[in-house]
Design a protein around this ligand. Structure first.
Ligand code: AMP
Ligand code: MG
Length: 418
């Protein structure tokens, strides 16, 4: 049994990311959210593209108005109106100004903007009642970014902000990594599909669907291979098919020490190298990590424990980091931990690192963790709805008292408010 952190580091070392030149495709901006850039995006122009006004007001020559106050206003003649989207037609000479609106191009000759609230308009004249300062309210060309500089890097996850930037640089399409294909097998003679009639003693295959959902949430394509009986030949056949189709393989069940647990043996028969056999975590101790020699990169195989909670916890703790790295993400592959104050006492056996599920709350004084009610047995899936986080009770500890801080693995898409 190796510690969880060691297992994660070992797994991440084994993963070779998809290839940014070969494993990519072009998508539109509407298809891009959640995808990972396989190209760097260079700014084709300066940002802002030209000097423009940050306010509704008047474009002035600063020298004309630098002595203006409420009691000694400066009078200027308004020679033009410049709404956003219309280039100015005239040059501002001394004694002149142009009415200007937010985002509109600064006219030649002007070097500052006086906001509307500091002026009084009378026909073609305007009284400037405050001096502001040179370049006031002018967004200068190139002050955000210069042409030729890098805006976005290979490996960035595309979110709303990246989409906004891509739109602003007029990139309606962008190159992203293809989605990794992840084969999912459920092993067990006792398993039936959700649509089958349940006979006494049978168990419904929930892992297939849970794992497929997790793969999907992470931007992968699940290849569901169905239920594979505990027969060496059937298992060999299913794994061989998965090797041919997938970038990563997940199976659940069959990795313990029971009479029907054939996965490790079959992996060896098929030429895999067994990298990890068991990890000191609860739930999830029997975890098989193996690699098959691929054409260009090794193919990772995760033999997850069969118990529904163990399969999920093992995915969050060990498969998710591997999938992040495989997907082409530039960094932040590791399981995301935060420190939170526990709202309840957390109990554990002390022999293995123990994961307890619940919710993560944001409060003004930091994160808090609340434990799901009910049994934290690895067979009990039923109280896992709404799980956002797993509290970690370290090896050697049997209790973390309510009010103490605890390390928490964040597994939810959203953080609970309040
Ligand atoms: P195993 O590791 O194969 O001994 O499985 C451990 C426990 O998890 C057994 O009670 C199995 O019936 C159960 N189990 C295995 N695979 C699944 C699955 N795909 N969905 C739900 N439960 C499962
Ligand atoms: Mg089994």
């Amino acid at each position: 049994m190796i510690p969880a952190d060691t297992a994660e580091a070992q797994i991440l070392d084994l993963v070779v990311p998809l290839d940014s030149r070969r494993d990519c495709e072009t998508v539109t901006l509407l298809q891009a959210p959640g995808r990972i850039l396989s190209e760097s995006v260079i700014s084709p122009t300066d940002f802002p593209h030209w000097d423009n006004s940050a306010m509704d007001g008047y474009a002035v020559r600063y020298d004309d108005i630098r002595l203006a106050t409420t009691t000694t206003p400066v009078e200027l003649s308004v020679i033009e109106e410049i709404p956003a989207g219309h280039p100015p037609a005239k040059t501002i000479e001394s004694g002149q100004t142009a009415r200007i609106f937010t985002g509109a191009m600064m006219p030649p000759g002007a070097d500052a903007v006086v906001m509307q609230e500091e002026t009084q308009r009378q026909g073609d004249l305007v009284q400037i009642c405050a001096a502001s300062h040179p370049r006031a309210f002018v967004r200068e060309r190139g002050s955000y970014q210069r042409a030729g500089e890098r805006l976005l890097s290979v490996g960035s996850v595309v979110t709303a902000t990246e989409v906004a930037i891509l739109a602003a640089v007029q990139r309606p399409q962008v190159d992203v990594y293809r989605q990794p294909r992840v084969a999912i097998l459920s092993t067990g003679n006792e398993l039936v599909s959700p649509e089958d009639t349940l006979q006494p003693g049978q168990i419904v295959d929930s892992n297939q669907y849970a794992l497929a959902a997790l793969v999907q949430q992470m931007g992968g394509i699940p290849l569901c291979q169905g239920i594979i009986p505990d027969r060496p030949e059937a298992l060999k056949q299913a794994i061989s098919t998965a090797i041919a189709e997938a970038d990563m393989i997940l199976s659940s069940g069959g990795v313990s020490v029971g009479d029907y647990d054939y996965v490790d043996q079959i992996l060896s028969d098929l030429g895999a190298t067994l990298q990890i056999r068991s990890v000191a975590v609860k739930p999830g101790k029997p975890l098989t990590v193996a690699t098959f020699k691929g054409n260009s990169a090794p193919l990772m195989y995760f033999g997850l424990p069969g118990n529904p909670v163990s399969a999920l916890v093992s995915f969050w703790r060990f498969v998710a980091p591997a999938l992040r790295k495989l997907s082409g993400r530039g960094d932040n592959w590791s399981a995301p931990f935060v420190v939170a104050r526990s709202r309840q006492d957390l109990k554990a056996g002390g022999k293995r690192e123990t994961y307890l599920w619940g919710q993560l709350h944001t409060t003004p004084s930091g994160f808090e963790f609340s434990l799901s009610q009910g049994s934290h047995s690895s067979g009990n899936l039923i109280n896992m709805a709404g799980t956002q986080a797993l509290a970690v009770v370290p090896i050697g500890a049997t209790e973390i008292a309510a009010g103490s801080t605890v390390r928490v693995l964040w597994v939810g898409a959203e953080v609970q408010q309040g």
